[in-house]
Design a protein around this ligand. Structure first.
Ligand code: UDP
Length: 456
């Protein structure tokens, strides 16, 4: 009887495998919390090096590790992205198999489903060997995924020959709107294949989940559902606290390294919509010249600013640039969601990483885009022309946004009617995002369908 009871009450066990970067760990942790609320036991897995940065995950989620082959230093230990990826595939496959094997030893501990970051196509092969249900998790948006998918299928020739790119269900795109790896292919031939590889074996996945909401990408999603019947949008994977407020205590904002409240204290005495928030995520690294233009713009323009300059970028600030004045505050990291949710924030100068894009949209903050690389130029294009919640700052011929150009964009949003229009649009997206994750919403229904598929 005891044994039967145990089996009957055994909770489904999901293993969530995240790529070692903030932009991947944050949304996958949020997804883990969603699964937890639906009664699933979650083991969160990333590399040994990154687990040391993350340190803890919200209980009762447990944190386990695999190895990328660079346990002490992570990515920077490899001579190139190619070397890192190859080593990761080799050592990662082995250590991931060991982990699944360990969990397979007892019925109670067995893994029912692996959700793997699509940046690890090899994880699908490993999970299949163990005959475990597998779900690919796409951390980028559907336009970007669609571009890579079509390129993987040979429908987009590289190096690019066309001036205008037409792909099924996508708006017409200029070469500069594509992920940058198409344009830098000749200089860095390894990065594009790495991203295309996400789609090399994805047809074998039992589910394909994407961190977006159906309403943002209807046509593309409907198109993909014909190719992948088990494709579902389950986003935005953002803490409930900032969305539907269903779980009020859900105030952990992902991975942060910081003194959180100093920023918030500084914002607290600023008037509503008066501060320009500037941040380029966890990886982007602008040249000194670009940093100087941004610094001079912020210093000269009449609005308050909060600027995240990571430690590794500080040397590129102009000499003597003051880090904390009545008008401006430069921090090395902040709790971005808490900042974006603050009333004082009037606009967000962003690199348009997909998480930052979703976060600003969910908090109704209009944007000024300065994309750095990867999918960011595509996100910036969509933000301006499709979702209409931001503007792109113009680059000059040296691919630098000059101070006057940025000042003009800031004035446009902070002082003119354009700002209200973009804010209203962003707020409409926010409403749809909240609706999607609430009980009965499209993303919530998809999560239930997914969870129920391996629950019994
Ligand atoms: N982030 C943060 N504080 C910062 C800068 C970034 O919490 O000072 C978070 C941000 O909220 C987002 C993630 O780090 O969740 C960055 O992901 P994104 O996809 O925007 O950019 P990436 O870092 O991958 O380029």
């Amino acid at each position: 009887i005891m044994e039967k009871k145990n089996i009957a009450t055994r909770r489904a066990h999901c293993l969530v495998l995240a790529y070692p970067a903030y932009g991947h760990i944050n949304p996958m942790l949020q997804l883990s919390k969603v699964l937890l609320r639906e009664g699933v036991r979650v083991t969160f897995v990333t590399t040994i090096f990154y687990a040391n940065i993350v340190q803890k995950v919200p209980p009762p989620i447990t944190l386990e590790t695999i190895s990328d082959g660079f346990d002490e230093v992570g990515y920077t230990g490899a001579a190139s992205h190619k070397e890192y990826t190859e080593k990761f595939c080799e050592v990662g496959s082995l250590t991931f198999a060991e982990l699944l094997e360990k969990h397979g030893r007892s019925e109670d501990d067995r893994v029912d489903c692996v959700i793997y970051d699509s940046f690890f196509p090899w994880a699908l092969d490993v999970a299949k060997r163990f005959e475990i249900v597998s779900a690919a998790y796409l951390t980028q948006n559907m336009t970007v995924n669609s571009i890579y998918y079509h390129a993987q299928m040979g429908k987009l020739q590289v190096p690019l020959k066309q001036d205008e790119i037409s792909l099924p269900t996508l708006p017409k795109l200029q070469p500069q709107d594509l992920p940058t790896f198409f344009l830098t292919y000749e200089k860095q031939p390894f990065l594009l294949p790495f991203l295309l590889d996400q789609f090399s074996n994805i047809n074998k996945a039992d589910w394909i989940l994407c961190n977006t909401l159906y309403d943002m990408d209807k046509e593309i999603v409907d198109g993909f559902k014909e190719i992948w019947p088990k494709f579902r949008c389950i986003g935005p994977n953002i803490p409930s606290f900032f969305l539907d407020e269903q779980y009020e205590d859900d105030q952990d904002y992902g991975v942060t390294e910081l003194k959180r409240d100093e920023c918030i204290e500084w914002l607290d005495d600023k008037p509503k919509d008066s501060v320009v928030y500037v941040s380029f995520g966890s990886i982007a690294s602008f040249e000194k010249e670009q940093m100087e233009e941004i610094a001079c713009c912020l210093k000269e323009c009449s609005h308050y600013f909060l600027w995240v300059v990571r430690k590794s970028e500080e040397a590129n600030l102009p000499k003597g640039f003051e880090k904390k004045t009545e008008k401006g505050f430069v921090v090395t990291w902040c709790s971005q969601l808490k900042v974006l949710a603050h009333e004082a924030i009037g606009c967000f100068v962003t690199h348009c990483g997909w998480n930052s894009t979703l976060e600003t949209l969910c908090l109704g903050v209009p944007t000024i885009a300065i994309p750095f690389w990867s999918d960011q130029s595509t996100n910036a294009k969509l933000m301006e022309d499709v979702w209409k919640m931001g503007i792109r700052a113009p680059f000059d011929e040296k691919k630098v946004v000059r101070r006057e150009a940025l000042k003009h964009c800031i004035r446009e949003i902070m002082e003119n009617e354009k700002g209200n229009e973009l804010k209203n649009n962003a707020n409409q997206w926010r409403t749809l995002a909240v609706k999607a994750v609430k009980s009965g919403g499209s993303s919530h229904k998809s999560i239930l369908e997914f969870v129920n598929s391996f629950f019994h």
